[in-house]
Design a protein around this ligand. Sequence first.
Ligand SMILES: Cc1cc2nc3c(=O)[nH]c(=O)nc-3n(C[C@H](O)[C@H](O)[C@H](O)COP(=O)(O)OP(=O)(O)OC[C@H]3O[C@@H](n4cnc5c(N)ncnc54)[C@H](O)[C@@H]3O)c2cc1C
Length: 343
Amino acid sequence: MPFNDHYVIIGNGPAGNHAARTLRKKDKDAKITIISDERVPYYYKPKLTNFIADEIAKEDLMVNFLNSYKAKDIRIRLGQEVERIDSESKTLFLQHMEKINYSKLIIASGSRARVLPAMSRYANHLKFVTSYTDVMAVKEEIRKAKDFFIFGGDLVGFKFLRLLNSMGKTVTILIYPNAFWPYNLTDNMLAQITESLSKFKVDVIVKDDISIIDDKNGLYRVKTQKGIEKNVDMVFSFNGLIPNIDFAKGSGVDIDHGILVNEYLKTNVDSIYACGSCAQIYNPSIKSYTTSIGWPNAVVQGEVAAFNLLGDHKIIESVGRKYFDLEGVKIKTIWWEDIDDEV
Ligand SMILES: Cc1cc2nc3c(=O)[nH]c(=O)nc-3n(C[C@H](O)[C@H](O)[C@H](O)COP(=O)(O)OP(=O)(O)OC[C@H]3O[C@@H](n4cnc5c(N)ncnc54)[C@H](O)[C@@H]3O)c2cc1C
């Protein structure tokens, strides 16, 4: 019986799905498996805020339904978390004690909310908008709630603030200069953002920090170090994202903030590639590593990782530099695009 490769992809976002499609186009016989710890098929994260506001239905959030994986003969395992990789025996250990063997592996595990050290002891009180699972846990509560407190001020945070405003909610935001990590907002930028937000019904707090959050009779009392006090229904944190890489620790794959890969998206282990927002990619032109954000970046990287895994030598386009708008402040950074629906 001929030996068919088993390509396994950890992650069901744009990087993982574009890797899987590319692998299938180039190799008709291989077994291809995508594993995701979420219980939902491939969906548009950028549309999560529209979904919260009921501007779109669940069907419009989906890129893929289950039958489209089947049509491409791609196996999808939902609700299954990878806990550990043994790169010697090429085995993945899943949380529910199952083991999966691979011949080649693509890590496309994306990122999760970054909680600032000052906020970590209040983590139980904080809500996030980083995934469908997060959103389903808070959607109904958001609809009923009136008063909100936001800590942070990354791109998604401002998007969420505008959404709450359009829903007629009352919002207070404490902007941390390093919320859009790894960038630091200067005093001048903070002043411009505050000015730009004045058109919304929002109280803006800058140059202050958390003092306490406590939970009383179903309301949160939020107090800042300068003594500002608010009673709110929900508290959200938007302080950027950090790569989901805990399961790769101890696997022999080199990691730093993300999974370290060269310009071909290959890790230090021959059979393992990484792409999308979990990867930290070597950029030969600046002789350093950069982490990428944004949907289009993840799409391109998924495709390139798949080509290279099959023996190609495509160099990932050095992460494109671009200006974008953070509430009127232009910041030069890596890609973040308005996405078009995939076909
Ligand atoms: C609310 C929101 C709005 C956004 N808006 C925009 C926008 O307007 N424009 C833009 O360009 N970008 C936007 N982004 C960013 C964009 O969605 C991400 O850059 C992109 O999704 C990254 O793709 P990825 O495939 O690398 O990772 P992800 O899409 O994060 O996918 C990672 C996958 O890995 C799975 N996973 C992680 N760990 C494990 C594990 N241990 N075991 C099994 N599975 C695991 C996850 O469940 C998920 O399926 C937004 C993000 C959010 C949260």
